[in-house]
Design a protein around this ligand. Structure first.
Ligand code: HEC
Ligand code: HEC
Ligand code: HEC
Ligand code: HEC
Ligand code: HEC
Length: 499
């Protein structure tokens, strides 16, 4: 078998170029099989080695084949012989003798071509599917995607492939994404990319197409109750509750429009923003029942806006609110609240909320220093101020240190300049303006009426900064500090029962 191959190979390589081609094709073929076996038995896990195996080797194989063909052409031109004559020269007599299915050499070439085509298709398919693995997208370009990869893994969509949201369907989108990928690879190897990766991502696949595969608007109905616990900066890290009943309805059937009203089938909201960043909104248009559009304008921004900004109209979809559906970066204080609410931090440690936030928000040059200093910060705080606690609750302190490191590691990526607040979340109105980008008093229609922002339009408030999660279900105390907030709930339900 091996000898036959050597003979055959000797036959088809007519000159030096041909020989180089044969060596290249053979070695890349063998190397590919080798890598594939390593991957199958689980030895090969690095996406970067995968990148070499799947991108480089099949390309080298094809290059080898091309060299062989080129060598034949060269040889033919030089010797002015026909293909048949060259074949007779290159192969032994018994191989070029005509058989029932053609000569042996002819059959060998046929088999060789068939194997090559098969190999290229299989390898090509493997390469494409490998490149669709989240692990590849997340880690092949070394550090660039690590922030997104990190946040992705802990997100509700950690089982959804990157390409399902980022790459469109069909051959065109595939080719487009590969070309853009190639460009990014060049930029990455030249270290010529923006840090952090800029948003909004303009080439994101339309979210109505992607998100609605799994969540469709008819499914949004009723309300969603959310109890948010916030801990104070006092000695006891006292919990306070914000309880919201979020009105997530589209209002399509019920007529009681809620948050998803914007994307209900009959509705359309479109807008323009400064520098197309979707943060400072210049104009908003809303489709009316008769098909015309009602316009709200921010006069100040409109006067100073450039022509291209005004022409760059975007139709609102899921991403205008759920911009952090997957890559969820946290607010440092909210992140600590979240871990405390999940019982990962012992609240018996004095001032633990305040000190954790201080430790994770200090400026550090790199992650290693950050981890060391976070540990030093918390340990020395208790050593200096609460020696007894430092000794008796050492385990709790260590756990707080680990949790603080975890929060820092998830959210801060110094080499990509991803800091606190680099990627604000548009849901709500506490991390950046969020919904209030449009729902504010500056965007007005021709009668001077603004887009509404009543506190009970998007959610009922059952507690706002209160000691009990359902405080406002109780009767209001006459001189309670938050009676105005309390009144919202009373008004909402008293008024709605009037109707
Ligand atoms: C469920 C959908 C979804 C999945 C899955 C997903 N992304 Fe994203 N991605 C988004 C959205 C939405 C944005 C934000 C777009 C914006 O703000 O304009 C985004 C933004 C990004 C950005 C820009 C920087 C940033 O943080 O906003 C990068 C880079 C990125 N994604 C890479 C990835 C990688 C790598 C994976 C897989 C490991 C992945 N994405 C998986 C939806 C997704
Ligand atoms: C392949 C299916 C799939 C796709 C595509 C998908 N999601 Fe999801 N989504 C899920 C699953 C599964 C969950 C988790 C449900 C849970 O945790 O209860 C989820 C959860 C969510 C949640 C709730 C998160 C929470 O904390 O409660 C939101 C919001 C969401 N997705 C928005 C989006 C948006 C926006 C897109 C498009 C960019 C999208 N999804 C694309 C499957 C998908
Ligand atoms: C106007 C802003 C906005 C738009 C547009 C929007 N959403 Fe939402 N969505 C929200 C808010 C706010 C919530 C409630 C947030 C929470 O529960 O923390 C929510 C909740 C959800 C949930 C969780 C629902 C549940 O039952 O708990 C899913 C899933 C979701 N959205 C998907 C989508 C998809 C898919 C689209 C696009 C077709 C979309 N959203 C468009 C603002 C929006
Ligand atoms: C791009 C601009 C824009 C953003 C961002 C936006 N909205 Fe709206 N929203 C509108 C407009 C415009 C209307 C309709 C105003 C009108 O009645 O003319 C509206 C209406 C609503 C309504 C009332 C529907 C009704 O008819 O009762 C709710 C509820 C709502 N939005 C919630 C939200 C929430 C929650 C967010 C943030 C997660 C948000 N919106 C973000 C533009 C926006
Ligand atoms: C356009 C819709 C909208 C309007 C108007 C609105 N909110 Fe909200 N609010 C939201 C959404 C969405 C969230 C985020 C819920 C989440 O965390 O998922 C939120 C969150 C909150 C929270 C919880 C903050 C936290 O700790 O995370 C409070 C408190 C709150 N709103 C109070 C108010 C008050 C008071 C008003 C009136 C001035 C108001 N909201 C007006 C949509 C709105």
């Amino acid at each position: 078998m091996f000898r036959k191959y050597v003979n055959f190979v000797r036959g088809i390589s007519v000159n030096r170029t041909g020989k180089a081609g044969v060596v290249l094709a053979t070695s890349s073929f063998v190397a590919f099989i080798f890598f594939e076996i390593l991957r199958l038995i689980g030895v090969l896990t690095s996406a970067f080695v995968g990148l070499v195996a799947y991108l480089l080797l099949p390309s080298l194989f094809v290059l080898g084949l091309l060299l062989i063909l080129f060598a034949w052409k060269q040889h033919k031109a030089k010797t002015k012989k026909t293909v048949e004559q060259i074949l007779c020269e290159q192969f032994k007599e018994d191989e070029t003798e005509k058989g029932v299915f053609g000569s042996k050499a002819f059959i060998s070439i046929l088999i060789f071509s068939f194997v090559s085509v098969l190999f290229i298709s299989v390898a090509g398919y493997r390469t494409l599917s490998f490149m669709e693995e989240p692990k590849f997208c997340g880690t092949a370009c070394h550090n660039i995607m690590i922030p997104e990869w990190t946040t992705y893994q802990v997100s509700p969509h950690s089982r959804v492939k990157c390409v399902e949201c980022h790459v469109g369907e069909g051959v065109e989108a595939l080719v487009e994404s590969k070309i853009s990928g190639l460009r990014q690879m060049v930029l990455a190897s030249l270290n010529a990319y923006s840090k952090p990766v800029p948003v909004p991502v303009h080439q994101l696949r339309p979210s109505r197409e992607t998100c609605e595969k799994c969540h469709w608007p008819e499914k949004f109905y009723g309300s969603r109750l959310k109890v948010i616990t916030r801990y104070g900066f006092d000695e006891f890290s006292t919990p306070k509750y914000n309880t919201l009943s979020l009105k997530i309805d589209t209002g399509h059937k019920t007529g009681k429009a809620g948050i998803h009203w914007h994307i209900a089938s009959d509705n359309e909201v479109r807008y323009t923003s400064v520098n197309d960043l979707r943060r400072d909104i210049i104009e908003v248009e809303v489709k009316q029942k008769d098909g015309t559009f009602k316009k709200y304008v921010n006069k100040k921004l409109s006067e100073s806006a450039s022509k291209s900004d005004k022409e760059n109209v975007r139709v609102m979809d899921c991403i205008d609110c759920h911009n952090r559906a997957t890559h969820i970066y946290e607010d440092p204080s909210f992140a600590v609240d979240d871990r405390m609410a999940r019982g990962l931090v012992d609240r018996k440690l004095p001032f633990i909320k305040r000190e954790m936030v201080a430790a994770i928000t200090a400026n550090y040059p790199d992650r290693k220093t950050a981890f060391e200093d976070i540990e030093a910060h918390l340990q020395s705080f208790y050593m200096r101020n609460y020696r007894n606690v430092a000794i008796s609750m050492q385990k709790s302190i260590e756990q707080a240190v680990e949790t603080a490191k975890e929060i820092y590691g998830r959210n801060i990526h110094p080499y990509m300049n991803v800091e606190w607040g680099t990627y604000p979340n548009h849901i709500g109105h506490k991390q950046g303006k969020g919904c209030f980008r449009c729902h504010n008093e500056n965007l007005v229609d021709e009668n001077g009426k603004h887009i509404p922002f009543d506190c009970t339009m998007c959610h009922s408030i059952l507690a706002s900064d209160e000691d009990k999660a359902f405080k406002y279900l109780e009767k209001p105390a006459e001189k309670a500090p938050n009676t105005r907030m309390h009144q919202y709930l009373q008004d909402e339900f008293l008024k709605s029962t009037d109707k």
